[in-house]
Design a binder for this molecule. Structure first.
Ligand SMILES: [Zn+2]
Length: 151
């Protein structure tokens, strides 16, 4: 998925999560979710997040694209570290944003392995990254976000 589609999914997941989670500041919560929705692609050399934040490209050299950084282990670890280690309620925001990225990449033909490298728990869909279908999904997610905000 392209970065703007990940952003849209991040906003959607944040808005849905706010029905269940009541953070101290919902705008900070949404911002963290959206940022975390871009994080997994630090394993892709030419990703948007790597072009914006210097130094992150090193992860693309160490880890393969859609490998361990596109598994559930990283968001689980971040959630535990932030919530327990730093006693912050925003660990769930990182988790939700990260998961939104994994779910949306799971809609692509290339798919992802959610439990890499332990086993194969592959999720994949029918969407070609950058295709017209992805643009339509992006539009649909944006419309859902607007509906949720207006509720
Ligand atoms: Zn990705």
């Amino acid at each position: 998925m392209m970065y703007h589609t990940h952003l849209a999914f991040g906003v959607l997941f944040a808005l849905l999560a706010l029905a269940f989670i009541h953070p101290a500041n919902k705008y900070i919560f949404i911002a963290i979710v959206v940022f975390a929705a871009l994080l997994p692609d630090i394993d892709h050399e030419n990703s948007k997040i790597n072009s914006k934040i210097p130094g992150l490209k090193v992860f693309s050299k160490i880890f393969g694209h859609r490998g361990i950084l596109h598994s559930v282990w990283i968001p689980l670890a971040l959630w535990l570290i932030i919530d327990i280690g730093f006693n912050s309620r925003y660990g769930s925001a990182v988790f939700i944003g990260y998961i939104s990225h994994l779910v949306s990449d799971g809609l692509t033909k290339a798919g992802i392995n959610m439990v890499h490298p332990l086993k194969q728990l592959r999720i994949q869909g029918f969407i070609e990254t950058g295709s017209v279908v992805e643009h339509l999904v992006f539009l649909f997610v944006c419309i859902l976000c607007v509906i949720l905000v207006l509720q």
